[in-house]
Design a binder for this molecule. Sequence first.
Ligand SMILES: Cc1ncc(COP(=O)(O)O)c(C=O)c1O
Length: 450
Amino acid sequence: MFRANSSRTLGRETAEADAQHTTRRDIVRMAIKKSPLKKRDLEEIAAAFATPFHIYDERAIRRNARELLKAFAWNDGFKEYFAVKATPNPFILKILKSEGFGADCSSLPELILSEKAGIVGTGIMFSSNDTPANEFQKARQLNAVINLDDISHIPFLEKNGGIPKIISVRYNPGEQRAGSFIMGSPENAKYGFTRDQIFTGYSLLRQKGSRRFGIHTFVASNELDPDYFVETADMLFDLALEIEEKLKICLEFVNISGGIGIPYKPGQTKVDLAYVGREIEKKYKDKIRGTGLHPLSIFMECGRAITGPYGYLVSRVLHKKEIYKTHIGLDANMANLMRPGMYGAYHHITVAGKEDCPHDCTYDVTGSLCEPIDRFAIDRSLPRIETGDLVVIHDTGAHGHAMGFNYNGKLRSAELLLREDGSVVEIRRAETIEDHFATLSFGRLDRFEV
Ligand SMILES: Cc1ncc(COP(=O)(O)O)c(C=O)c1O
C-alpha cells in the first residue's frame, strides 16, 4: 500500500471547500476539467506504482453518490443499483454499498463481485440478457431481484433456479422512444419485452407463483438531457397504471435504469440530478400518489454518472513521432481504455504540470496496438509534449478499465484509489505476463508432436 506523507493531502482542495462550494467547484472543474492530482503527486504515485494506471477519487465518488440520493430523498423506497459493469471492482462496490447503493449485475462474475463486496439479496438487481442457466441459478441463490429480459426466459428460469416471489420485467418501448448512439433505436435493440409481452409475461409469472412485481427499462446511454429521464419515469408510471387496471397487479417499483451521461467534453453540462428528482416527483404526485400504486419505489442503475468523472487514466509519454502528423505514443493503449477507439468517444487530456500552458500544438495521442483505431485523441490541441511527460486522460471512472481486452497480448493496468485522507491504495494490481499465459500449457506444448 502506498501512503502519501500524511502531513499534506495530495494537492487537492480541502474537505471544507468541497462541502461548501460543491456546485461552484463542479462547474469550474467541468469547464476546465482539472485532475484532483498535481504533477508532483502524480510523479510520486507513478514512482510507487508503474504507469499506466487508473486512479479513482473516493471523496468525489461519495459526494456524487450522496447528491443522487438527495435528489430522490422524497421517494421512500428509492434505490440506486450501481451498474457493476461500469467499474467492476469490489472496493468501489464496498464504498458504494456504504453509501446505501445496491448492485446491478449482468453476469456471473458481477454477481460474485457483489457478493464479495457484501451486496446480496434485494441489494442486487440481475439485469442480464441471453442469460446462461448457471447465472440465473447464482442470482436465485443470492436471492437477487431478477429483471427478465425476454418472455421465453420465464420457462427457462423456472427450470434453472425457479420462479421467485419478487420479479421484474424489462420493457422495450419500441418506436415510443428514441434511443441513443451507443444503444441504437429501441425497436432494433435486442433488449426487453414488447408492450404486449409485458401483459402476457406478468400474467404468466403470477400463474407460476410470483407475487411482487417491478418494471424496468433502459433505452438510452450517455444521455445528457435531464428531461429524457423524466419522460422515462413518466412512461413507466403510465404503464404501471395500465398494468394495475388490466391485470390488477400493483407494481412495487419502476426501474428507470442508467444511461445518465457525463460531460466528457469541456463545455458540456452535467445532468442536474436535483432537477431530475424534482421533475419525477411532480409526475409521481400527479399520476401515482392517490392511486393504489402508492407507495411506488423508484430504482436506478446508473454506472457512468456515478463513477465516470472521478476516474483518470495516467500514462507516460514513451515516444514522440514526427511523420505527416505528430504522434504522441503513450504507455497506455486500448487495453486500458477502449472508448475512443471503439466509439470515437472524446476523453479530455491534460498534461501534468502543463495545465496552464497554451494549447499551441496539434497531436494524435496513440497507444501501441497494431490497430489504427488505437488513438486516444486525433488532431487534439494540447500543450507542447515531450517524452517522459505524464498525461492524464479524464473521465475513465466508468466503462474504462472494465472494457479492456488483451489483443496483441497487451496487459491491463492497475486500478488505484485516492482515499479521502489523501493516501493512495492499489485496488487491483496490473496484469502480468503470467496472468496472460495462465490459460496456456507450455508443458503440453513441449510434448506436442508436429
Ligand atoms: C441493464 C443496464 N443497466 C445499467 C447500465 C448502466 O449504464 P450507464 O453506465 O450508462 O449508467 C447498463 C449499461 O450498459 C445496462 O446495460
